[in-house]
Design a protein around this ligand. Structure first.
Ligand SMILES: Cc1ncc(COP(=O)(O)O)c(C=O)c1O
Ligand SMILES: Nc1c(O)cccc1C(=O)C[C@H](N)C(=O)O
Length: 402
């Protein structure tokens, strides 16, 4: 691996995924390193939305529910996302926000283990996960225990026989550290708990295999690596072995076994349909469906492989091209099996650095107290983008220190 722009250009010319970048509607000169927050717009999305709005909604009106497949969309799109996370059909549903799905999943997880008194929550997880875990614990009268994922075995041992739901983030949203989902799920299940994963920073980025790993429940965002657009609906995965006993708190009428009976009492539909809530956000849902196409064509494995190479390049360029005082520390683990798809750099005044990079057309973000995050999505980030971003980072750091 060399540290020249020519070398990066050569990598781009040989990259089997290079043509995907042009399919995204990125403004000229913009380098999008923020796909872990908001994925960019794929050209297929406005096209799909135009059809849905003008033809399906505009012309077909209420017939859209049957003739255009709106009714089945939550489970149809769910199955497509399911394929990206290693879930067989009929176990994933799309709708609501990740926060809402977290409430639904955690409450259902607790109800699967009514005799258990402890809810464990990942202390490094995204705030909404921690807030909802605390709220569900309070609502159900459970004791909340927060721990980091590597501290989990100790917690499971200390609370033997007590732990019900265990909520963890697959990738640390700050540091980009990737946790061992297979091992942690096995540990939780061996302790009699229910493993609930937030896959927001993993779905579409890291090849997870939820069925094979024995995951119980999972949720994730639609607007990061799945590029479904701002506020895209989230997904909920529930392993088929739990469906019959899955008692979700959000008993909306679309989850009823016979919704159009308009019955007095809620009777859950069989299978994953019981995890539907009310009327889905059809426009957002169908935008998300269209956004999945490039990822499906490229394949998560190929996107992941390139993302790791981009990450290796970034680390190498920082070492070779930024002199020691300007060189930020890479906080994300170097080992591929411990790294998600963004790299976090420890950098004083990270927010100001991110703002200065934005002025140069390089989209990153910062998280307190001092982390600059660069997301290297192999689908649309090029090797030359990484080279140019490091050059700009060096310039910004020099300007800020001088
Ligand atoms: C791990 C994780 N969970 C959840 C969310 C967000 O949840 P919501 O879409 O409900 O705002 C984010 C990011 O915003 C996240 O990083
Ligand atoms: N969900 C977001 C939002 O509603 C506004 C701004 C940013 C976001 C994000 O996605 C942040 C992201 N989850 C993170 O990892 O920090």
């Amino acid at each position: 691996m060399e540290s020249t722009r020519e070398w990066a250009e050569k990598q781009d010319s040989e990259d089997p995924l290079s043509s995907f970048r042009a399919e995204f509607d990125l403004p000229p000169g913009v380098i999008q390193l923020n796909g872990n927050s908001l994925g960019p717009l794929h050209g297929g999305v406005p096209e799909a939305l135009d059809r849905v709005v003008r033809r399906e909604w505009g012309e077909h009106l209420i017939r859209g529910w049957s003739e255009d497949g709106w009714w089945d969309a939550p489970v149809r799109v769910g199955d497509r996302i399911g394929r990206l996370i290693g879930a067989g059909p009929g176990q994933t549903v799309v709708g609501e926000s990740t926060s809402v799905q977290l409430f639904n999943a955690l409450t259902a997880a607790a109800r699967l283990r009514p005799e258990r008194t402890v809810l464990v929550s990942d202390a490094a997880n995204f705030p909404t996960d921690r807030y909802l875990a605390a709220s569900v614990a309070r609502t159900l009268g459970l004791r909340l225990v927060e721990t980091t994922v590597d501290g989990l075995p100790g917690v499971l041992a200390r609370h033997r026989g007590e732990v019900g739901p265990v909520l963890c983030g697959a990738v640390d949203f700050r540091t980009g550290e990737l946790w061992d989902l297979v091992r942690t799920t096995a540990e939780v299940r061996a302790a009699g708990g229910i493993a609930v994963w937030d896959l927001s920073h993993a779905a579409g980025a890291v090849p997870v295999e939820v069925d094979a790993a024995g995951v119980d429940l999972a949720v994730g965002c639609g607007y990061k690596y799945l590029s479904g657009g701002p506020g895209a609906p989230a997904f909920l995965y529930a392993a088929a072995r739990h469906h019959d006993r899955l008692d979700l708190p959000l008993t909306g009428w679309h989850g009823h076994v016979r919704p159009f009976d308009m019955a007095d009492e809620f009777v859950p539909a069989p299978g994953i349909d019981r995890a539907r809530t009310g009327t889905p956000h059809i426009l957002s849902l169908l935008a998300l469906e269209a956004a999945l196409v490039p990822l499906e064509r490229a394949g998560v494995a190929a996107v992941r492989e390139k993302s790791l190479r981009l990450g290796d390049l970034l680390v190498r360029l920082l070492a070779d091209r930024l002199p020691a005082p300007a060189r930020p520390e890479v906080v994300t683990p170097a080992a591929h099996h411990r790294r998600g798809s963004h790299l976090a750099l420890r950098c004083p005044e990270a927010s100001s650095v991110s703002a200065a990079l934005m002025e140069r057309g390089i989209v990153t973000d910062a998280r307190p107290p001092d982390l600059l995050r660069l997301c290297l999505n192999g689908l649309y980030v090029s090797y030359t983008d990484v080279f140019d971003a490091v050059t700009a980072l060096g310039d910004v750091r020099k300007e800020m220190s001088g």
